[in-house]
Design a protein. Structure first.
Length: 447
């Protein structure tokens, strides 16, 4: 049976025809991740039927690749004996990820189904702080002694490594190429890198990137080895962190589930809070314009350029914020670089403002209908817009670059300095800068 046929209606048809033996054999020829992808497109009740047909270890491997929502539904559809078999066979770190997402009552019930040994492992991992390295580590690893020969190491791995997720921090390729009688210490570089179980998971991501490893040991506060973290778990964390930062930068509260799985009510609540805050901020823009009401009454033509001025300032601020937040996240810049960043953005903001100002000046001065639309003082109006753009873009760039650093200094997430938030902040100041420049340049003519 081909993969394409299996993805189609064949599974439902084979269930209806009770061709369980053929279905079991067909699924066993596929990888666990492939079967999990097939299950994700099936009704949960059919998944429960098929899941019961599979060998326990194979079923547990598939279960680890399923999305959380399907895992939760499947646990409800299986009997206690089958749930216990799956949970006991799961990798400890994957099981921890599942249990910490479930309600407390459900987690307590599932813990009771585990064997005493696995229950101890599960409760130990759940005892670490949320978002800590301890939550994603696995205690299943193979440790060897430095004075063992390569032959002893290989024999030990063959004997105990079948059910282990990680074979310590030794490159098996190097072991295979070494003399079987050579001591392992000949290949040791005496450089030890380890994560602490209580460290934040973001630190694990950065350490894996820095060291280019596929696994790192985890120690407790006393320096005792308690487990290992593997690169597959770190990649999941990295994806979650990037997703969270993008959502925050878009002025959306973090979604705890995939977009299509979030209820409409939750989606509205997550977005409405920030939108309300931004609306409140934009009200100050109205207040600023009311302050310059007399100037507007004398030179209504100035209103034509308000959207251009505030949008340019907001865009420049959003650019700077996005660049700095991302640079902070990947470790390209740190708090002590604030003065260098300030100087760079000061120069960038002035240059960008000058470019936009020249474009706006040319648009006003060389516009064919300039006299009809802007009046006899069109050159002064063009200079006003150009000078205001320089000031607003410069201000937006500086605010957008410094705000994430200030938030980091205060111990807050820099991603909270979202582009919409910075744009709203710059809008208010942009109005003030624009009309202040207008009153200076146009004094004695239009004002």
């Amino acid at each position: 049976m081909t993969f394409g046929k299996l993805v189609g209606p064949d599974i439902a048809e084979m269930i209806a025809n009770r061709e369980f033996t053929g279905l079991r054999a067909a699924l066993r020829r596929l990888t666990p991740v492939t079967v999990a992808e097939i299950f994700a497109d099936m009704p949960p009740e059919e998944v429960a039927v098929v899941f019961r047909l599979l060998p326990r270890e194979f079923a547990a491997d598939i279960f680890e690749y399923m999305p959380f929502e399907l895992q939760e539904q499947l646990l409800k559809g299986l009997g206690n004996e089958q749930v216990a078999a799956v949970l006991n066979a799961m990798a400890p770190d994957d099981r921890t990820a599942l249990l910490e997402e479930l309600p407390a009552a459900a987690t307590k019930r599932l813990l009771a189904l585990l064997s005493p040994e696995e229950r101890t492992i599960a409760t130990d991992l759940l005892g670490y702080p949320p978002k800590s390295v301890g939550r994603i580590m696995t205690p299943d690893h193979v440790s060897v002694a430095a004075d063992w020969t390569v032959a002893q190491v290989m024999e030990h791995i063959r004997r105990v490594g079948h059910d282990k997720e990680t074979l310590d921090d030794i490159r098996l390729r190097e072991l295979v190429l070494m003399d079987p009688g050579a001591p392992l210490s000949e290949k040791m570089d005496r450089q030890y890198f380890a994560l602490r179980a209580d460290q934040d998971q973001e630190i694990a991501v950065k350490e894996f990137q820095r060291l280019d490893r596929v696994a790192l040991p985890v120690v407790d506060s006393q320096g005792v080895l308690v487990g290992m973290v593997t690169v597959d778990d770190v990649l999941d964390i990295a994806q979650e962190e990037v997703t969270e930062d993008i959502q925050k930068m878009a002025a959306v509260q973090t979604l705890e589930a995939p977009y299509m799985d979030v209820s409409l009510r939750t989606m509205i609540r997550k977005r409405a809070i920030w939108l309300s805050v931004l609306l409140f901020g934009e009200m100050f823009t109205t207040s600023a314009m009311l302050y310059f009401e007399d100037a507007l009454a004398k030179a209504v033509v100035l209103m034509l350029f308000v959207p251009l001025i505030i949008s340019s300032g907001g865009n420049s601020g959003s650019q700077a914020t996005s660049l700095i937040v991302r640079s902070l996240a990947v470790g390209e810049v740190a708090l002590h670089d604030w003065w260098r960043i300030f100087r760079r953005e000061l120069a960038s903001g002035f240059a960008l403002g000058a470019v936009l100002g020249l474009i706006a000046l040319a648009r006003v001065v060389f516009w064919p209908w300039r006299m009809e639309q802007y009046g006899e003082h069109y050159v002064l109006i063009g200079l006003t817009v150009a000078a205001a753009l320089v000031g607003v873009v410069l201000y937006g760039t500086l605010v957008g670059s410094m705000l994430p650093l200030i938030l980091r200094k205060l111990g807050l997430d820099p991603a909270v300095a979202s582009a919409p938030f910075v744009a709203t902040l710059v809008d208010v100041t942009g109005i003030i800068i624009y009309f202040t420049v207008a009153m200076l340049v146009l004094k004695g003519t239009l004002l």
